[in-house]
Design a protein around this ligand. Sequence first.
Ligand code: NDP
Length: 397
Amino acid sequence: MGKVLIIGAGGVGTVVAHKVAQNPDVFTEIMIASRTKSKCDAIVKAIGNPNIRTAQVDADNVDELVALFNSFKPEIVINVALPYQDLTIMEACLKSGVNYLDTANYEPKDVAHFEYSWQWAYKKHFEDAGLTAILGCGFDPGVSGIYTAYAAKHYFDEMQYLDIVDCNAGNHHKAFATNFNPEINIREITQNGRYYENGEWVTTQPLEIHKDLTYPNIGPRDSYLLYHEELESLVKNFPTIKRARFWMTFGQEYLTHLRVIQNIGMARIDEVDYNGVKIVPLQFLKAVLPNPQDLGENYEGETSIGCRIRGLKDGKERTYYVYNNCSHQEAYKETGMQGVSYTTGVPAMIGAMMFLKGLWKKPGVWNVEEFNPDPFMEQLNKQGLPWHEVFDKDLEV
Ligand code: NDP
C-alpha cells in the first residue's frame, strides 16, 4: 500500500520499525534513517528483514533531508527523532511532496517551550501542497487525544472536565533513569505546571499540585500536575471543555534525584565553558545517564495511561474513564524496548497506517483528535495497546 520513511533510531524509532514491519500489507517498503546509521542497521538486524533499507541523515539539515526524500520517495515520513527536528523535516516534506507525522511538538533548543504555533503556522502550506501533516501521534500526545475524540463522538453531548492521567508503575532497578530521551524528558518536567480552567491558563510552580490517584491493576500513586502539549489543541478543538489537566506519577526517589540535578545546575540548557569547550549541562548529563533503550531487559511492572472525563449526556451527568495498561516485559519481548517507547511507537505506526489506508488523509496540519477516532481505536486493540472503559464511577479528580 505505501512507502514509509522512519527518521530516528532511538527507543521509539525501534518500536515503530518493528510494528511497521509487522504490517507488510500496509507498509510495502520501509527505510529507517537517522544521525547514526549503525543504529538503523542494528534495528534491521533485530527485526531480521533485510529488505528494510537504512540511511544516514542529519535531520537539522533541510537539503540533506530533501535529497534523501527525493531518492527514496516515501509517501509519508514518521518523525521520531527529537522535537528540535520537527520544522526542518516539515520544510523538507513540503519541498519534496511527502506527508508527515510526528509524536512531539516542536521545541527550540535554547528555550524549553511547548506550543503548537510553530507547526500550526504550516497549515496553509500543507493545504496548498495537498499534503497531510499529523501532529502528536504517540500516546500522550496521541492516544490521549484520540480517546478524547472517541468520548466526544460516542458518549457525551457536552464534555466538560478532562483529566489525562499517566502512570508508570514500572521498576527498572536503576537509581535514576528517564524513560525516553533524558534531555527532552527533564526539560518537560522541570517546567512550570499549567492547566486550563474557564477559558484561562492557570500556572503553577513545577510539580506544586499533586494527589493520590488510583490506577487499574496498580493501585494508588502520587500524581503530579504538569503542563502537557495536547492540552493546547484539545481545549481548542473541544470548546465545551471547562477544565483540562494532565497528571503524571513520579516516585520519591526520582523526584529527589531531579531536585539535586536542578540544584547543582545540571538541568541547565544554556552553554557553559568547560576547559575552553562549550557544553550544555543537560546534554552532558544525558551522556552519563542510563540509556532509556537499555532499560527494557530488567523493567518490571506496567504503565497505565488514560482519560478521565466528566460531562453531560441526555441532560444527565456522566463520567467516563478510558485507559490502556502496558506491560514493560511484554513490550520488551516483542520489540526489545520498554513500555514507554512501545506506547509511543505503536500509535505512530497506526497513524501512518490510517494515512496510507486513506482514512486520515486531509491536506493541512492537524492534531490527531481532528480525525475520525474509530478506525484508530480498532487498530489499538489489534496492534498491542488494548483499551478498557469504565462508566459512571468516581473519577477522583
Ligand atoms: P532517543 O533519544 O532514544 O532517539 C532519538 C533518535 O533521533 C536517535 O536515534 C537520534 O540519533 C536521532 N536524532 C537526533 N537528532 C537527530 C538529527 N539531527 N538527525 C537525525 N537523527 C537525529 O529518543 P526517543 O526514541 O525516546 O524519543 C523519540 C521522540 O519521541 C522524541 O521526540 C520524544 O519527545 C517523543 N516521545 C513522545 C511520546 C508521546 O507519547 N507522544 C513519549 C515519549 C517520547 P542518535 O542515535 O545518533 O543520537
